[in-house]
Design a protein. Structure first.
Length: 371
């Protein structure tokens, strides 16, 4: 049996006609950059995230960069974040000339260990940037309290967590600015790159709208130096077709995650396989279902590949050990839980259309490996 890590075809066949007609609508209009489609999507995402403003941009990576720029992050400043994330999180900080200051992760949630944050706050701290990894929100009430006491803004890297909730609050809506990605493998994926910023702050919203068009206030008059990071109308039109299904898809991922939990438990594998930990009061949207496979992780991955099961390692090299960040002076051993997670974790297929039969096959294949 073949079980890919992600099957985008399965989603496409269910929405083929409306997606093609949305693309046709944009082609007929020949209006490709920002415009009515993007404005409509911005309104819909703002409503979905329960924020006052949403601003489309070219990618999740740009969203993080633009958010930090709007906050005013620059040389000499520090941004506190996690070393266990996609590269873009730390790259945005360094591209603005600031320093990422990492905090080790909680081994259960894989999110930045919130209670360690106060230890690294200094007078140079310009922002706090939690990442809601794999679709589970970091503990925003703890982080908000810490950030509030130190008067530091929070930028939420919610690229993997659109629709996730922490005690009823939507990911991206509780910090100063929230960042989403529409990369095709995210829960809400476009037909290419795309991103969105959300905020309740009108000044940030206005500034972000300028920053994404080279800091232009009106045509050819530049108030600040921004970048070219606009959302395409075709992407907006595609995403508008998909957004109404997002909750249904995330619920299907949650159901698949619960089924895996049950199957691993029934197979008596909970010693060998560490199951995802979900904090109480959280709506985890399972952008990834990540197990801990211990020391034999790489051998298990090979075995699964041999048997037709797609997996991925998020992430094999922690950010503090990336070659390009050597100048930051971090060393192996600085963040033991992050380094252990990088050695032990494995993401299994959890996409919405996955069948119980496929999941049973995945768990059975893992059982045979450990037998
Ligand atoms: C995907 C992702 C990004 C970047 O999004 P792109 O749209 O691929 O640029 C940033 N941060 C995290 C945590 C991500 O998962």
């Amino acid at each position: 049996m073949k079980v890919p890590l992600l099957d985008l075809q399965a989603q496409f066949v269910s929405l083929r006609a409306p997606l093609l007609s949305a693309i046709e609508r944009v082609m007929d209009a020949q209006h490709f950059i920002l415009g009515a489609e993007v404005q409509a999507l911005e309104k819909e995402i703002a409503r979905y995230s329960r924020t006052r403003h949403a601003i489309g941009c070219a990618s999740g990576s740009d969203a993080v960069l633009l958010a930090l720029q709007s906050i005013g992050i620059g040389p000499g400043q520090e941004v506190i974040t996690t070393p266990y994330s996609f590269f873009a999180t730390a790259a945005a900080i360094t591209r603005l000339g600031a320093h990422p200051v990492f905090v080790d992760i909680d081994p259960g949630t894989y999110n930045m260990k919130e209670t360690d944050v106060p230890d690294v706050v200094t007078e140079r701290t310009g922002a706090l940037m939690p990442v809601h990894l794999f679709g589970q929100s970091a503990d925003m009430s703890v982080l908000k309290q810490i950030a509030g006491q130190a008067s530091i803004p929070i930028v939420e890297d919610a690229a993997q967590a659109i629709g996730a909730e922490d005690r009823g609050q939507r990911a991206g809506s509780t910090g100063t600015i929230g960042c989403f990605s529409f990369y095709p493998s995210k829960n809400l994926g476009g037909a290419g790159d795309g991103g969105m910023l959300v905020t309740n702050d009108s000044e940030h919203a206005e500034r972000l709208r300028m920053l994404r068009v080279h800091g232009e206030e009106r045509k050819y008059h530049h108030r600040m130096i921004g970048i070219n990071s606009r959302l395409d109308a075709i992407q907006a039109a595609v995403l508008r077709v998909k957004l109404p299904y997002l909750d249904e898809w995330s619920e299907a991922r949650r159901k698949n995650a619960a089924q895996y939990d049950q199957l691993f438990t029934d197979a008596g594998l909970t010693e060998e396989v560490g199951l995802p930990f979900v904090r109480s009061g959280v709506r985890h949207i399972f952008n990834q279902y990540v197990i801990r496979a211990g020391k034999r992780r790489d051998a298990l991955r090979d075995h699964l590949k041999h048997k037709g099961v797609g997996t991925e390692i998020y992430y094999p090299v922690p950010l503090h050990l990336q070659e390009c960040f050597a100048y930051l002076g971090y060393r192996k051993g600085d963040f033991p839980e992050t380094e252990r997670a990088a050695r032990e974790t494995l993401a299994l297929p959890v996409y919405p259309e996955l069948t119980l039969e496929q999941q049973t096959y995945v768990v059975d294949t893992i059982r045979k490996f450990y037998a």
